[in-house]
Structure formats: structure tokens, C-alpha cells
Design a protein around this ligand. Structure first.
Ligand code: FES
Length: 150
């Protein structure tokens, strides 16, 4: 086994959250049952979306530990978006309600770590809301780009 290849691979993983051609880098955690399907519906309907979003599919928004979000920022994400099912539509009952509680706390906590809480957002998007997904990501990317321009 060639050690050089292993090192190159590690560097690529560490570089991947970095900026590409000056674009902002967004990490989006999407619940499998609603928001991921909504993003998929937007793609199927050929709704234009920013390309600088890395989507991570999770079983439920309640699965998103706030440490995942902090880690994404630490690895170079300019913005982090979490999206799940609408309240009372969670596939697992109350996962999104627990998530909402954690995310509201996280928003208050981020400035203490030197992270602008406007770089984080969470949304509720159902499988049939491809148009809403498009609007949310376009607006979130604009918000992060405007912030970066300052
Ligand atoms: Fe979608 Fe819980 S299954 S938020």
C-alpha cells in the first residue's frame, strides 16, 4: 500500500468543505422523509438551485446533534441549514420538536463560540414542497453571500 495515496486522500477530505472558486459553502442536513424528498422533487421539477450546497441525508431532523453543526462550521462551512418535516408530521412522532428545542438553544450558544448565529438556519419542508426548498436555499445562500461580502 502506498502511503502517499493515503495522505492525499486525507487532505482531500479536509479540503472538501473549503471554498470552491470563491463560492460560499453550505452544508444542509435534510430529513429523509420530508425535506430530502422535497429537495429531490425540486430537482425532478428542474427548479434551479445553487450548486454550493452539500446535502447530508439524516433519518430525522431530531438525529442532528448540534455538535454536527458546530463540526461543519469548524471544517469550513460558511452556513449550515437543517430541514425536517413540519411539526406534527415527523415520521418518528416528535423528533422535529426535540430538534427545534435544541436548535433554538444552539442559536443562542453560537455567538459564544464566535459564530454568527445568522450562519445557521432550520426549516420545515415537506416532500411536496419542492418550490419552497428552492426558495429556502436560494435565500439562505444569498444571506450567507451577503454576509461574506461584508
Ligand atoms: Fe422528518 Fe422527523 S422524520 S423530521
Amino acid at each position: 500500500m502506498n502511503m502517499t495515496n493515503k495522505t492525499d486522500k486525507t487532505e482531500k477530505i479536509q479540503e472538501s468543505p473549503g471554498k470552491r472558486n470563491g463560492e460560499v459553502n453550505i452544508v444542509a442536513f435534510l430529513c429523509n422523509w420530508c425535506s430530502y424528498a422535497g429537495a429531490d422533487a425540486a430537482g425532478t421539477a428542474r427548479l434551479r438551485q445553487p450548486e454550493n450546497i452539500r446535502i447530508i441525508r439524516v433519518p430525522c431532523s431530531g438525529r442532528v446533534n448540534p455538535l454536527f453543526i458546530i463540526k461543519a462550521f469548524n471544517l469550513g462551512a460558511d452556513g449550515v441549514l437543517v430541514s425536517g418535516c413540519h411539526p406534527n408530521d415527523c415520521h418518528y412522532g416528535e423528533g422535529n420538536l426535540y430538534a427545534r428545542r435544541r436548535f433554538e438553544f444552539l442559536k443562542k450558544f453560537l455567538p459564544f463560540m464566535g459564530i454568527d448565529s445568522n450562519r445557521f438556519s432550520y426549516q420545515w419542508i415537506s416532500a411536496s414542497e419542492g418550490q419552497k426548498w428552492q426558495n429556502v436555499v436560494i435565500n439562505f445562500v444569498k444571506r450567507i453571500e451577503n454576509r461574506e461580502g461584508k
